[in-house]
Structures are given as C-alpha cells and as structure tokens.
Design a protein around this ligand. Structure first.
Ligand SMILES: [Zn+2]
Length: 261
C-alpha cells in the first residue's frame, strides 16, 4: 500500500529546474525536516501553481510520497515574501538564510525551533525590504543563532587561549585590543593574539555585541541601534565563523561579502 500524503507547513528554500515546466523544490518543513519534492508545472506560465511555487514562499503543502522523489499536490500560500524576490540585495540576503537552512537541516531530522527561526528571519527580511532597512545585522544574527543551536557558539566572555575574563581585561584597560579567532573558537585577548594564526582585530566591544545578537529575539534586534563599524564587524565575523566551521561554502554569503565589504 502506498504511503499516505501529508499536509505540512513549510518554506521553499530552493527551486531547481527540471524539464521544461517542472521544478524540484527543497522545502524546510514545520517540524524542521528537509524535503525535496517534484512540483509538476511549477514553471509553467499560467499553470495551476501560479506564483506559489517560488523560492522564499511560506505555505501549506500537500506532499505525496513517490518511489524516488515525493511530489507536491497543492500549495496554499501563507506568506509569499515577494519583496525578497524583487530587490537584488534583499534577495541575496534571503538566499544566504536559505543556504544555511539547507546545509543545517536534514531528511528525517526534526528541529521545529530551526523552522520557526528561519520563518521569522525571512518574515523580518521581507519587512526590512519594504522599508529599505539595513538587514546585515539580522542575517548575522540568524547565522550565529543557527550555529549556536548546533553546538557551535563562539566563546565571548573569556579569552579562548588564556581564559582571562574580558570583564577583567577591559576594567583594567578600557582601550585594550580584542581579536576574533574563529579557529580557536571565539574571542582572544591582545597578549594571546600573536600565538594565533588567522585572528582578526575587531572593535573591542564586539564580544558584547555578539552576545546581545545571539541572546536577543529578532524583534529586539530590529530595535538595536548599532554603529556602522560594529554592524560590519558582526557580519564579517559571521562570515569568518562560517568559513571555519562549515564544510561547505555558502556561495551567496561569499558573493555578498565580495560585493559589499
Ligand atoms: Zn588571552
């Protein structure tokens, strides 16, 4: 007997062309599971799916299990996130979010929290796009939160090399230099920085900003007032951390860094 069709909320993370009018959609389902399914007629102008089978869309899907690949029966849009598809910068940022979700979600691995976080990040990005609001901080937060969820949280309170607390270091010398060493696993004090290859000199409040970013909700982050220099340093830190801790390259992130930084 064939397995039963399922109904699930999900997000379209990627769409790959298949034949003339079909596509394979990569979905992140509400339970956090990744699912690839064929959508017949997804690319057909005036087809039954219309614009509903597009990347970044959040929808209710009817998925029918198939012998090799599942197929999509119906799509009922919950949020089209259309603003993310008509502006190059925001669409690039949304591609970054979706690429991370693809890399860190798996078939048969449940992680509902990851779904909620990804959905929220795209909702906020779409809102930022309509306001033309700077969104790098939001995406840096998503990246670090996702790593933290997978057990890869940078050390932010103490130097990763000598364990001295930054609170002590900066109370003695507020002008002390601070370094970020992705390979060592977090922030590094100035005395230890020369022991470390590939450490980056960063603004000396960055450990506090990063902590605020990881522990705040997207709602709270949208009210942050962050200096341009800190904003850029946090995004670059997300890039360095990714390069060190993810086996795969996130092309959208590399492209964005190349274009903007
Ligand atoms: Zn140290």
């Amino acid at each position: 007997m064939a397995a039963q069709a399922i109904h699930s909320e999900g997000i379209i993370l990627a769409s790959t062309k298949l034949k003339e009018t079909d596509a394979i959609l990569t979905l992140l389902l509400k339970n956090g599971e990744q699912c690839r399914a064929v959508c017949h007629g997804a690319r057909k102008p005036g087809g039954k799916f219309g614009a509903r089978a597009q990347i970044f869309t959040c929808a209710d899907f009817l998925i029918r299990p198939g012998r090799n690949l599942d197929t999509i029966g119906e799509i009922s849009t919950l949020a089209s996130n259309a603003g993310l598809r008509c502006d190059l910068e925001y669409s690039n940022l949304a591609y970054i979010v979706c690429s991370f979700a693809i890399q860190l979600s798996y078939q048969d691995a449940l992680n509902a929290q990851m779904y909620e976080m990804t959905k929220k990040a795209l909702t906020f990005l779409d809102e930022y796009a309509s306001l033309k609001k700077e969104a790098d901080l939001l995406v840096a937060a998503y990246i670090f939160k996702l790593f933290a969820m997978h057990g890869l949280m940078p050390e932010m309170n103490n130097c990763v090399m000598c364990s001295e607390s930054f609170e002590d270091i900066f109370s003695l010398n507020p002008e002390a230099k601070l370094w970020f060493g992705p390979h060592a696993g977090g922030f590094v004090c100035n005395s230890c920085s020369h022991l470390l290859l590939g450490a980056h000199l960063v603004p000396n409040t960055l450990h506090e900003w990063l902590s605020a970013l990881i522990y705040s909700s997207f709602e709270e982050i949208s009210d942050f007032e962050v200096h341009e220099e800190i904003n850029k340093a946090l995004f670059k830190a997300a890039f360095w951390w990714t390069r060190e801790h993810l086996d795969t390259r996130i092309k959208a992130l590399e492209f964005y860094i190349e274009q903007k930084y």
